[in-house]
Write a protein that binds this ligand. Structure first.
Ligand code: NAD
Length: 479
């Protein structure tokens, strides 16, 4: 099997060791071999980026636009093929895999347009005869570190704005799913990026990611992943006085009120909590339900769960693919066991399933009779596991929803404008939804959270420029 090399300074470089990319739907299948970078490769990538950065920062916007647009076009054209690769490496069902590749294509299209809208501000000075201008310059060399659950969309929503704003990039994908990240880099390379502007170094976070954090030559790190790694990234960035942007975990509440359309609420819960195998930072992991509809809601959700097919991500008719890895499966199971020990009622699922081929198949799990103090309601599980918390009324629902260390997404199902408006104003999360699942966002608007979920400026849409640029204020006295 051919090894997919790392890209350093415009050259594809093999390495002595490879990372095996394993299909979680069929653990006997190797999706591909990906060169395992060493810390010295990271150093070489940073040197290459240093060489390339000044010219790229001054490059014309037409050139940048064309590269991003060509990439978008190719991603659209290869949606089915790359969606299949994504499903094979991550375990998302094929329709979700294809949709994610299309999302990456849309993001590159959006940022191609953004290159033609880069601008600054010109203001009158408080001093007569002086002009003031504020312009945005590229940050410089940006390290991009991504998680395994969105193998192409998250790299896209970081790499596209980084390049749009004239930065040089060192990209480290999640070593569990390097395939889509590699394919994206290969497309960008062929689309005409100058050597060294985009570098790809695959390998374990503790080695390759850490080398990126430790190098003083990097001007900014954009990271998505767990809170524990995020903390490490923030510490390293503070040590180097460098900018960082962290997107981390969630424990997102979906509130269901007595006046909700229960069909819509059950759909939101199923989609938000269990689709993509529950492996979404925006997943609806806490279902907070008022007592008037609690029994009917639990019955409806349990009934829908019985109809969900858990199987090979590529098989037609599968609703939920496998968990992404053995480690994640073991963690999910340990939380299911913890929920039982904490006294919650496992109303549905939670069993390991066997299918025609070996894979990490887990029946989605629904806990009832839980309270917000339980660890299963406080810690991110990151699997197809949701809990129901019964509350008296809207006021208690809001209090419980906000009683968390996280603050990424949230939602409410209600037909009351009064409660919907109050919730939107008072929920402490970066994203909130009314009668929609907590997961599933647009790509042209800001994305990010509060509290332990996010640190630094927002991602996506035109908000992305806050991280990828540095503002310069210039005063001129014409004479
Ligand atoms: P993770 O923290 O284990 O890994 C994320 C990335 O960090 C990987 O590329 C990994 O190799 C790297 N890494 C690990 N140790 C490192 C180190 N010492 N130095 C530098 N890099 C290092 O997270 P994961 O398991 O890949 O992803 C799941 C997590 O991501 C969940 O907590 C989920 O909520 C979160 N997530 C958040 C968002 C968001 O936008 N808020 C989106 C998707 C996923």
């Amino acid at each position: 099997m051919n090894m997919h090399a790392n890209l350093i300074g415009g050259e594809w470089r093999d390495s002595a060791n490879a990372v095996e990319n394993i299909n979680p739907s069929n653990t006997g299948e190797i999706v591909g071999l990906y060169a395992k970078a060493e810390p010295r490769d990271v150093g070489a990538a940073i040197d290459a980026a240093k060489q390339a950065a000044p010219e790229w920062a001054q490059s014309g916007v037409q050139q940048r636009h064309d590269i991003l647009k060509t990439t978008s076009d190719e991603l659209f054209a290869r949606g089915d093929e790359l969606g299949r690769l994504l499903s094979r490496e991550e375990g998302k069902i094929l329709s979700e895999g294809i949709a994610e590749v299309r999302r990456a294509a849309q993001i590159f299209g959006f940022f191609a347009g953004e290159t033609l809208r880069l601008g600054g501000e010109s203001l009158p000075s408080v001093r007569p005869g002086v002009d003031v201008e504020m312009t945005r310059e590229a940050l410089g060399i940006v390290g991009i570190i991504t998680p395994w659950n969105y193998p192409i969309a998250i790299p896209a929503w970081k790499i596209a704005p980084a390049l749009c704003h004239g930065n040089a990039v060192i990209f480290k994908p999640a070593e569990l799913v390097p395939g889509c990240g590699w394919a994206l880099v290969e497309i960008l390379h062929r689309a005409g990026l100058p050597d060294g502007v985009l570098n790809f170094v695959n390998g374990p976070g503790a080695v390759v990611g850490q080398a990126l954090l430790d190098d003083p030559g990097v001007d900014g790190i954009s990271f998505t992943g767990s809170v524990s790694t995020g903390r490490r990234v923030a510490d390293a960035c503070a040590r180097h006085m460098r900018k960082c942007q962290l997107e981390m975990g969630g424990k997102n509440p979906l509130v269901v009120l007595d006046d909700a359309d229960l069909e819509i609420a059950a759909d939101c819960a199923i989609d938000g909590a269990f689709y993509s195998t529950g492996q979404r930072c925006t997943a609806s992991s806490r279902l907070i339900v008022t007592e008037g509809v609690h029994s009917r809601f639990v019955e409806l959700v349990s009934e829908r769960l019985r109809h969900l097919q858990v199987d090979d991500a590529l098989r037609e008719g599968t609703h939920i693919g496998p968990v992404a890895s053995d480690a994640q499966l073991r963690e999910d199971l340990s939380y299911i066991e913890l929920g039982r020990r904490e006294g919650a009622n496992l109303r549905y699922g939670g069993e390991v399933l066997s299918r025609s081929q070996p894979g990490y198949y887990l029946q989605p799990a629904l806990f009832t009779d839980t309270h917000n103090g339980m660890r299963i309601n406080r810690e991110e599980i990151f699997g197809p596991v949701a809990t129901v918390i019964r509350v008296r009324d809207y006021e208690e629902a809001l209090e419980v929803a906000n009683d968390t260390e996280f603050g990424l997404s949230s939602g409410i199902c209600t037909s009351s404008l009064k409660y919907a408006s109050h919730f939107k104003r008072n929920i402490k999360s970066g994203i909130t939804m009314v009668n929609l699942p907590t997961a599933g966002v647009d790509y042209h608007v800001a994305f990010g959270g509060r509290k332990g979920s996010s640190y630094g400026s927002r991602e996506q849409g035109s908000y992305a420029r806050e991280f990828y640029t540095s503002v310069k204020t210039a005063y001129t006295r014409p004479c």
